[in-house]
Design a protein around this ligand. Structure first.
Ligand SMILES: [Zn+2]
Length: 48
């Protein structure tokens, strides 16, 4: 195991491609969080 000073889970935002770390405001909805921010969630690209 690699030492992690925060030990918080992270995800990668599919809109901006940046990794983001768990935030307290997501403590109840983390499993549903896909985008790092409301802006990214709204600007999600539609490829079809
Ligand atoms: Zn993002």
């Amino acid at each position: 195991m690699s030492p992690n000073k925060t030990n918080l889970p992270t995800k990668v935002c599919p809109t901006c491609g940046r990794p983001f770390t768990w935030h307290r405001r997501w403590r109840l909805t983390w499993d549903q969080i896909v985008y790092c921010s409301e802006r990214c969630r709204r600007s999600k690209r539609k490829h079809s």
